[in-house]
Every structure is written in structure tokens, then in C-alpha cells.
Design a protein around this ligand. Sequence first.
Ligand code: IPM
Ligand code: MG
Length: 363
Amino acid sequence: MKNIAVLEGDGISDEVLSSAIKVLDSVSKTYNLDFKYNYYPIGGRAYELSGVPLPDNTVQGALESDAVLLGAVGDWKYDSLEPHLRPEKALLGIRKKLNLFANLRPVKIFDELLFSSPLKEEIAKNTDIMIVRELTGDVYFGEPRGITTEVIEGKKVRVGFNNMIYNELEIERIAHVAFKSALKRRKKVCLVDKANVLDVSRLFREVTLEVSKQYKDVELSFMYVDNCAMQLVSNPRQFDVILTGNIFGDILSDEASTICGSLGMLPSASLSDSKTPFMYEPIHGSAPDIAGKNIVNPIAAILSGAMMLEYSFNQTKASQSIYNAVKEVLKEGYRTKDIYQQNDKLVSTTQITDLIVNRIKVE
Ligand code: IPM
Ligand code: MG
């Protein structure tokens, strides 16, 4: 039996998690797997319950599990809380506690959704990128940080600062993840940075180049992040694996997701050095404005479950059965609101989930 810690957060979190779990249950029946779900609060929900966004019990439960499934955290109603109490802090906290330094964000367009992409069909077609985003460093965690006051031109003014910082060990381990991932794909890694301006990027290049010597079969290239933002929407097919730091990866993965038709389509896996469990989450946020209406797209969460089967449990076939079931449902024309185009069959969150559940089969 495998223990899965389910971290219940805010907004649409419950809806997408229950979809993902319904699909995982169907897969476990079909493939004879045994999952036990243990639920823990995180984010705004945890703050309401216990006064902190990341309770010790949640961290403990996650650490003791075989894999962690997370919905989403955040709500505008918590915007005025002090930084350490905000829901987002819990997400960063759990990533750090579980040492989840490698975030894999696959950007793969389903042919069936080419018309939902804002890009022209001939540009979006066959996009298949793996964004390898470093997840526990960079300006997200760098010290010193804060807001202070300084006297400038004789006036007391507020100054905000964060520190973009990476040491070579952090760069080495994420580079290895990117090269290993490329070996299973088209054998290309593009390091995206801002080495024309930032010292930390120069070190990132140096160390990645050194690591690349151990992967002779993989071609390494470099691109500045501003150029990459442009290339992603003009020629996304050129990319295989994109290796990048935390903040650039955050921004580029939202941009890349839209190629696939919607932010609601993209799953992610966050990996550690294997001493702690991996975590899976859709890349979208908590979308409180559309929560509770049964209209959200649960596919990103469902595909996160598929990534869990692959990366934590080595169940490649079971994982593939989820991708195939999703593809089948899309081929039949069923769409949630975010990917709906004229003539499609508009369905709710629970309807599309049941359609996917019913199409899980032995591969
Ligand atoms: C993401 C999110 C988070 C991040 C936020 C909610 C803290 O945008 O997972 O991409 O910036 O990492
Ligand atoms: Mg983001």
C-alpha cells in the first residue's frame, strides 16, 4: 500500500483534487494498485484552522508519505496578512521542507487542442517541452531580504530587496536532472538565464557547462530569458528541455502553458534527492473567483496524478492510461469552459472527470 498525503488548500483546490483522486482510484482498480489518502490542510485553509499556513502536522504527514498531491493555495482575502502568514509562504515552505529542488513542468500540446491555443496552429503544433525549473533557491529564498528604510537625498525612504543567489552545488544537482531528462527525450538542453547582466547567471552557465561534459550525447545551448520569452511563442518546437532558475522558470512556465490552450492543462512534479517524497501539483493557482462553480478544468491535476504514477511509483503503463483517457475525451470533443470553442461539447468539472474515469483501461 502507498500512502499519499493530499494537501488541501484554497479556491478550486478541492474540486481539482477530488477529480485527480477519482481518476487515480479508477487506475488503481484497473492496475491493482493500493493507495491510501491522508488529508492535511495547507495555505489559507490551514491559517483559518490553526493560525499558520503550514502546520507542523501537515509537514510531518507529507514527510511520512510515499508521495504528496497538492491542489493550490492562495486567496485575495489573505493579501493583507503579514508575509509569513500568507498562503504562498506555505507552498514555498513545503517545497523547502521536502527539499524539492527540481520542478518538472511538461509543456505538451494535445493535437485536439490546437484550436484552443492562442498561437497559430502551425506554430503550436507538436510543442513538446520539458521545463526543468530549480525550485528551492534564487530570489525566492535568497537572504538578505526585506523592506527597510534608508536616507537618500536627505529623505528617509523605503527600500525593498531580495537576493538572487545560487551556489554551485545547487546548480550541479538541477543540471543533472535536466541532462538526465534530456537523455530520455530529444537530447537537447537549453539553459535560460540572464548571463549578459547577472553574475549568478554567469556561474549557472559555467557550472552547467562543466556538468554537460558527463553527458556527451546531450547538446547544450544557452539563451537569454528575454529572448526565450519571445522564442516560446514564435518557435516553441525548437525546445526540448529548458533548464532555468526559480524565478525565470515560474514566469516562462505560465507563458508556455498557454501554448497548450490553457493554464488548466499543465501538471508538474517536484523532485528531491529521493530521501524525501516527491510532490505533484497543477501549475495553475487557486482561482478563487471561479471556485465552487463546478466549471474548472481538472486536467492539470489529473495529469499531476499521472506524473506521480510515473515518477514516484514507476507505473509507466498506469500513468500512460491517464494520458490516453484524457486524449480520448478531448478527441470526442468534450471541453471545460477554459478550452471550449464553438461546436465543442461544454462539460463541467465533474462531468469531464467521469468521462476520463470511464476511459481508463489496461494499456
Ligand atoms: C507556481 C506558483 C508559485 C510560485 C506561487 C503561488 C508561490 O506561481 O507554482 O508557479 O511562484 O512558485
Ligand atoms: Mg507560477
